[in-house]
Ligand binder design. Structure first.
Ligand code: NAD
Ligand code: AKB
Length: 316
């Protein structure tokens, strides 16, 4: 049976995406892969795969008659600064092996880019087409990846599609070493500890999105007719934008005794290099992208699900 392969499937996005794809196409139609030798958390087909191993990737594509790949394996911005060489190997070489496989086997590919492609010379509301001068290795790998995707699409006709995700907020698997991770950690801290020390300054504003919208954007882009995909680097997408202090205040409305202090670390410089907002009008025009969650509805929904997950009653 032709199947879908997901790399980096045990991460923040992968674990939610695999469940959604399996609900749509059936458990046996989706092969989850990641670094871990075995996995039972996602409850379906799983194979270990280091995306730096192009031969193994090729073998799995053949063995499982893969026709579509969601290529999520990556080091994120903070991890990338700690291990820049590894970030290049995983993020760029891994993508290149996949695009070669996609060219040979006519695969359809989704690969996520990030607001990390932008840098201090990008306007504070980032347009679709703008200056891309990132200051992190993660951003450098994402710019290189976007250009590789566009090259394989135009030169070889590979149907590769991409979104520049903003910071993603979710209650499933924890985030894996990014700068926007604080926007997830703060929810757990509010419910479990009543206090949080934020690694970004209170006024730091970044573009963000709730995971259900990120999954809708991903599947919407992949389902759109090919002639509607006019951007083959990567589409800007966003839902809302908030500062760390605004998120803290939104949480304090639900958890009145919650306190937040601020102790910016090396991630502050990364956040400061990214835009406050993103203009996603091209995605809205080309394939009807529209987010459903704003800050308040995201906070409400996150708290309902996290209270359930952490078995914390709503009115303690
Ligand atoms: P994550 O860190 O939670 O998950 C990444 C997964 O990749 C992990 O499970 C990790 O084990 C795996 N991985 C790392 N090195 C690997 C290797 N060599 N071979 C195979 N797997 C490897 O990340 P995520 O948040 O799920 O992000 C997925 C993709 O989305 C990445 O490309 C990331 O850049 C992009 N993205 C994420 C966000 C966000 O806020 N989560 C925002 C923008 C872009
Ligand atoms: C990170 O902070 O590194 C990611 C991203 C915005 O790409 N969440």
């Amino acid at each position: 049976m032709p199947s879908t392969l997901v790399t980096g499937a045990l991460g923040q996005i992968g674990s939610d995406l695999v469940r959604t794809l399996r609900a749509q196409h059936g458990a046996e139609a989706v092969l989850a892969t990641d670094l871990r030798e075995t996995d039972t958390s996602l409850g379906g087909l799983y194979e270990p795969l280091d995306v730096r191993d192009g031969e193994r990737l090729k073998a799995l594509i053949e063995q499982y008659e893969v026709d579509t790949v969601y290529h999520l394996a990556s080091l994120l911005s903070a991890r990338g600064e700690q291990a820049p060489e590894l970030a290049w190997e995983v993020n760029v070489n891994g993508l290149r092996y996949l695009l070669e496989g996609a060219r040979a086997r006519k695969l359809k590919v989704f690969w996520p880019s990030s607001i990390a492609v932008f840098g201090p010379t990008t306007p504070s509301t980032a347009p679709q087409q703008t200056v891309l001068e990132p200051t992190t290795m993660y951003g450098v790998t994402k710019v290189a990846g976007e250009l590789l995707c566009q090259y394989y699409a135009t030169r070889y006709g590979v149907d590769v599609r991409s979104l520049r995700y903003p910071g993603l907020i979710s209650y499933g698997a924890p985030p894996g070493g990014g700068t926007t991770d604080y926007a997830v950690e703060i929810f757990y801290a509010a419910l479990e500890d009543g206090q949080y020390t934020c690694f970004l300054a209170p006024e730091t504003r970044l573009p963000m999105m709730y995971m259900p919208d990120a999954l809708r954007a991903t599947l919407g882009l992949m389902a759109a007719p090919a002639e509607q995909i006019r951007v083959r680097t990567s589409y800007n997408v966003t839902a809302f934008s908030f500062s760390a202090a605004e998120l803290a205040a939104a949480l304090q409305e639900h958890v009145p005794n919650f306190t937040v202090t601020y102790a910016p670390d090396f991630r502050q410089a990364i956040a400061d290099s990214w835009p406050d907002r993103v203009d996603d009008s091209a995605a809205r025009a080309d394939w009807d992208w529209q987010p459903r969650y704003d800050l308040d509805t995201m906070v409400d929904d996150m708290l309902v699900h996290l209270r359930e997950k952490l078995t914390i009653p709503s009115n303690p």
